[in-house]
Design a protein around this ligand. Structure first.
Ligand SMILES: *[C@@H]1O[C@H](CO)[C@@H](O)[C@H](O)[C@H]1NC(C)=O
Ligand SMILES: *[C@@H]1O[C@H](CO)[C@@H](O)[C@H](O)[C@H]1NC(C)=O
Ligand SMILES: *[C@@H]1O[C@H](CO)[C@@H](O)[C@H](O)[C@H]1NC(C)=O
Ligand SMILES: *[C@@H]1O[C@H](CO)[C@@H](O)[C@H](O)[C@H]1NC(C)=O
Ligand SMILES: *[C@@H]1O[C@H](CO)[C@@H](O)[C@H](O)[C@H]1NC(C)=O
Ligand SMILES: [Fe+2]
Length: 468
């Protein structure tokens, strides 16, 4: 009796599950039922703890690091001194080596309307050992500050590595919650792939660049210790001819250096790096990308260079998403998708991360490349050579959440939810990576969405059935 009575509900559940499942697929994937009261995100006031200036005359502040070459043996260390130039030297030493080495950087300043920046230092330290903890020091005398980082393992096919994903962070109380969740996540990201829109200083009158400084101090607690890989978003453009500021990306390019020359790029807005078993291509939604443009020519040459025997995982970062079913920035990524999507399918990109839309969304593996001007074939179709597209623009900036979604949910959209959060892409080996998305309203270890990724080159099996 007992076994029979438990059998019936189980059977009903299976049938119901199948019915629901096919219904869900016809209407796209899952729109989370998790709905919260939407409150306006508010920027933390300038006297907040997270913006505190480090003590001491001319103390280095806003310390941040990023990868400094193509392979992960160099690091760019950047910081700012407020009162005078001070020193652009970085002292550094491996954990087990007591002798300090010295690298000399450079400093620069810039003006924006009536704002004059402090002295911005950039110093590249090279020829580091792989998989090694290094300490480094910036500043002079009693205002020296010490930090540390760990270099990635040597580039190779079977090297586990854990990336964090953050986008559109800003400097609101929600931004602070996102960063704290990332730091406290037990999966421990080793480097952040940042998909653009850093400080949102441009939302202030005259793009008050003081908010670029406060943002630099806010994120220091993470980015001084692990590299953040930068992508330029629309809030990095800072184009403001009405106040005489005609040079796009001026504050961003002065403050955030990237190793673009190491990948033969001619501008800091598109470039690539290898890190452990990943090949990461950063693209610019806000630089020309049409045929014959520098970015187009670069990408055309870049994709065939990716050696999947060396770096099995091919990851692309950009700011404006190509597949986005929210009623915000709808279709903004469309023209770039038309230009580059056939290449992403041809070269079997594993995953594309974007931001811009202040919410979360994960797509099925789809492509939409059959269309030409006369055939009218313009519906995204399931495609096992195509990437998964993930929008992770939910860092928590002051503009608030994007909550308005297109209805019905398109078939290509696997999961969407208007919550702030971050994600983790945890590469296990050549064939498997575990991906999870974490919303700020949950405890640090909770996964609100997750999926096993199977590598498109080495194990191109449909993994959508393993999605939760
Ligand atoms: C810049 O100009 C704005 C308004 O014109 C003013 O409120 C602000 O104090 C000025 N800042 C500096 C650093 O002069
Ligand atoms: C930001 O988060 C940190 C870590 O949770 C906390 O110590 C700090 O007080 C927070 N600051 C603000 C202004 O919320
Ligand atoms: C690709 O990488 C593998 C492993 O590092 C190496 O043996 C092979 O020579 C590389 N192929 C090319 C074309 O560079
Ligand atoms: C959601 O967006 C659509 C399309 O832009 C608009 O027509 C509609 O009024 C919006 N709904 C809300 C509740 O804002
Ligand atoms: C790769 O990692 C996955 C997940 O941990 C595991 O199931 C699989 O056996 C691993 N493959 C190899 C070749 O070790
Ligand atoms: Fe944006």
């Amino acid at each position: 009796m007992k076994s029979f009575s438990s059998f019936v509900p189980a059977f009903v559940a299976i049938v119901l599950g199948l019915v629901l499942n096919s219904a869900v697929f016809a209407n796209g994937g899952k729109t989370s039922v998790y709905v919260r009261q939407v409150q306006k995100a508010v920027d933390m006031p300038l006297d907040s703890d997270v913006f505190r200036v480090p003590p001491g005359y001319n103390a280095p502040q806003q310390v941040h690091i990023t990868q400094g070459d193509h392979d992960g043996k160099a690091v760019i260390v950047s910081w700012l001194t407020e009162d005078e130039p001070g020193s652009s030297v970085v002292l550094y030493w491996g954990e087990n080596i007591k002798q300090k080495k010295k690298a000399e950087g450079k400093f620069d300043t810039y003006k924006f309307y009536n704002y004059t920046s402090g002295y911005i230092h950039h110093c590249t330290i090279r020829n580091l050992e792989y998989s090694t903890k290094y300490y480094y020091e910036v500043g002079l005398d009693h205002t020296r500050r010490k930090f540390w980082f760990t270099t990635p393992p040597a580039v190779g096919p079977n090297v586990p590595y854990t990336f964090g994903l953050i986008g559109d962070l800003g400097q609101s109380f929600d931004s602070n919650s996102t960063l704290t969740h990332y730091e406290q996540n037990p999966q421990k990201g080793q480097a952040v792939l940042f998909v653009g829109d850093l400080s949102y200083a441009d939302n202030y009158p005259n793009h008050d660049n003081v908010r670029w400084d406060s943002w630099g101090r806010f994120v220091e607690r993470s980015v001084a210790y692990q590299p953040w890989i930068w992508t330029a978003g629309n809030h990095e453009i800072d184009f403001a001819p009405e106040i005489g500021e005609n040079e796009p990306f001026k504050p961003y390019t002065h403050r955030y250096h990237v190793p673009y020359r190491a990948s033969t790029s001619t501008a800091p807005f598109w470039y690539s790096i290898k890190r452990a078993s990943a090949y990461i291509i950063v693209l610019s939604s806000y630089s020309a990308y049409g045929k014959y443009t520098p970015q187009y020519k670069w990408l055309e040459k870049e994709l065939p260079k990716v050696n999947r025997s060396e770096t099995p995982w091919l990851i692309v970062l950009m700011h404006s998403p190509w597949y986005n079913s929210y009623n915000y920035h709808y279709m903004e990524g469309e023209s770039m998708r038309v230009m580059y999507e056939p290449w992403f399918v041809q070269y079997k990109v594993d995953v594309v991360f974007a931001g811009h839309v202040h919410a979360y969304e994960r797509s099925e593996r789809v492509s939409n490349i059959a269309y030409n001007v006369v055939n009218g074939i313009c519906t995204p179709v399931k495609d096992q050579s195509a990437p998964v597209y993930i929008t992770i623009g939910d860092g928590g900036n002051l503009e608030g959440l994007a909550t308005n979604m297109t209805e019905p949910q398109p078939a290509y959209s696997a999961y969407r939810e208007a919550s702030f959060g971050h994600a983790i892409f945890d590469i296990k080996n050549q064939t498997h990576a575990y991906y999870s998305w974490h919303r700020n309203h949950d405890g640090y270890a909770v996964e609100a969405d997750s999926m096993w990724f199977f590598n498109r080159f080495w194990h191109p099996v449909d993994e959508s059935s393993t999605s939760q």
